[in-house]
Write a protein that binds this ligand. Sequence first.
Ligand SMILES: C[S@@+](CC[C@H](N)C(=O)[O-])C[C@H]1O[C@@H](n2cnc3c(N)ncnc32)[C@H](O)[C@@H]1O
Length: 154
Amino acid sequence: MAVRVRHHVNPLSNKYQGTVDPPVWTQIYARPHQPLHLDIGSAKGYFVETMARQCPDWNFLGVEIRQPLVEDCLKRRDQAQQDNLHFIFCNANTALQAVLQSLPAGQLQRVSIQFPDPWFKKRHQKRRVVQPELVALLAETLPQGGRLYCSPMF
Ligand SMILES: C[S@@+](CC[C@H](N)C(=O)[O-])C[C@H]1O[C@@H](n2cnc3c(N)ncnc32)[C@H](O)[C@@H]1O
């Protein structure tokens, strides 16, 4: 049965306020010591999926708030046996801190946030993923020389 995937979810609704238990990284990646690229709002996951194929000496992690998309990404990842790729269903604004704190210091080296939902209406702007707290968390976690790639909103 086809599952209808909503175009937008409200990240402030109760459903999305939880945290996640960080994975045991040694059970996720075949080479857990490799540098990590995090993609926030990974949607259908094609960007990190392609990057993971092209850069086997990096690990890739997509985080996405729409659960059905993450389930599809994980299925494709497993079918393709990509051992440097993972996805987590979470709200980056509430759950990312615990995930990043579980990483060895310095492992997160690149972060991308591409075409984040713009939430144009002024009263909706607090739903945007790029919030001061997220920027502060990334600044704290990225080592010197780490990179943050942020494309404009649609
Ligand atoms: C406009 S899409 C861009 C998708 C993808 N980055 C790209 O470039 O095609 C924004 C994505 O961010 C996700 N998203 C929005 N808020 C989020 C949040 N708080 N945590 C995680 N993902 C979020 C949306 O569900 C959506 O998949």
